[in-house]
Design a protein. Structure first.
Length: 282
C-alpha cells in the first residue's frame, strides 16, 4: 500500500505508534485549555478547528497536525509544552514514520498534486484494490496490520470530500489500470470509484497514455502541495523511504515537471472517456 506510505513498511521506521502518546498529548491540551478557562468550543474558535476536532485530539483519537499544534501554543500561552509533546508523536497508526510530516501538511493544504506511475494513488484507491496490493507485501502482513493500514488510508481519503476548497490534481499512468491488480472485478470497481471521484468539482484527474513519446515524469512519482500560507512542498517516495522536499529551488523544479506533465497527459474529458472504455472492456 504505497502512495503515502500507508503501510509502506513496518519495522524500520514504519511501526505503528501506540495510542498512549496520542492520549498523553491530548491530556496536555485538555489540561492547558481548562487551566485557561476555555471550553472546547471557545478553544476551537481560537485555533480555527471545530469543537469536535478538539475533542478528538484531547481524547487521543486524532493525530494533531502542525497547524493545530502551533495555534494551540499561541492560544495557551506559548509555553512550548505542546511543541515538545508533539515531538513525541513520532508515528501515526498505519502510516510509516517517514510519511507522517507530509500527512500532516495534507490535512490543511489548499492544493495537492500527485503523479503516480507505479499504482493508482492511495487517495483514489478502493478497499478491495488496497487489500489486493497487501497480499503481495513483503515481508508478509498479518490481519491486524492490513486492517490498520486500510483504516489509515480510508481516513486520508476523507480529504477529497471533507476539503471541498482544496484543489486535487492527479496524473496517473494508464498502465496502472491495465495491470488489473486483484483481477477483473477489483479493477472494474476501482475504475468506477475513480470515475466517481473525478466528477467532484475539486478533483482533476488526468491519465498519462500508454504511448507517449514525450514524458517529463520519467524520473519517478512525485507529490506537491500548497499550504494556507502559499508555501509549496514536495514529497518523493521510494521503497521503504520517503523524502519531504522543503528547498524552494528543488520544489520549483518539481513544479515545472508537473506542469509539463499536465500538458502531456490526456485532459479530464479524454481521461474519463478512456477509463470508461477500459471498464467496458473488462
Amino acid at each position: 500500500m504505497v502512495d503515502g506510505a500507508v503501510g509502506a513498511g513496518t519495522g524500520a521506521g514504519g511501526e505503528p505508534e501506540s495510542s498512549d502518546s496520542l492520549r498523553t498529548f491530548g491530556a496536555v491540551v485538555q489540561g492547558l485549555r481548562e487551566h485557561a478557562g476555555l471550553s472546547r468550543e471557545q478553544f476551537g474558535e481560537l485555533v480555527r478547528y471545530s469543537k469536535h476536532t478538539v475533542a478528538s485530539v484531547e481524547l487521543g483519537r486524532r493525530m494533531p497536525d502542525a497547524a493545530f499544534v502551533e495555534r494551540a501554543e499561541e492560544a495557551l500561552g506559548n509555553t512550548g509544552a505542546l511543541r515538545r509533546a508533539a515531538g513525541c508523536l513520532a508515528r501515526q497508526p498505519g502510516l510509516a514514520a517517514w510519511f507522517r510530516r507530509w500527512a500532516r501538511l495534507e490535512r490543511t493544504a489548499i492544493a495537492l498534486c500527485t503523479y503516480e506511475c507505479r499504482m493508482v494513488p492511495g487517495l483514489l484507491q478502493t478497499e478491495a484494490y488496497a487489500r489486493a496490493m497487501a497480499v503481495d507485501h513483503l515481508p508478509p502482513l498479518d490481519d491486524e496490520q492490513v486492517e490498520e493500514r486500510w483504516a489509515a488510508r480510508a481516513e486520508r481519503q476523507e480529504l477529497l470530500r471533507k476539503q471541498p476548497n482544496t484543489a486535487f490534481s492527479f496524473i496517473v499512468e494508464e498502465h496502472t489500470f491495465l495491470r488489473r491488480t486483484g483481477g477483473r472485478d477489483v479493477t472494474h470497481g476501482l475504475i468506477t470509484h475513480v470515475l466517481e471521484l473525478a466528477a467532484l468539482r475539486n478533483v482533476e484527474l488526468q491519465v498519462m497514455p500508454l504511448v507517449q513519446e514525450s514524458h517529463t515524469g520519467l524520473q519517478g512519482p512525485l507529490q506537491l502541495l500548497e499550504t494556507q500560507e502559499n508555501r509549496w512542498f514536495g514529497y518523493l517516495e521510494g521503497q521503504e523511504s520517503g523524502q519531504l522536499i522543503t528547498d524552494r529551488k528543488v520544489v520549483s523544479v518539481l513544479q515545472m515537471r508537473y506542469a509539463r506533465m499536465r500538458s502531456q497527459a490526456l485532459p479530464l474529458e479524454d481521461s474519463v472517456s478512456l477509463l470508461q472504455r477500459m471498464r467496458g472492456d473488462l
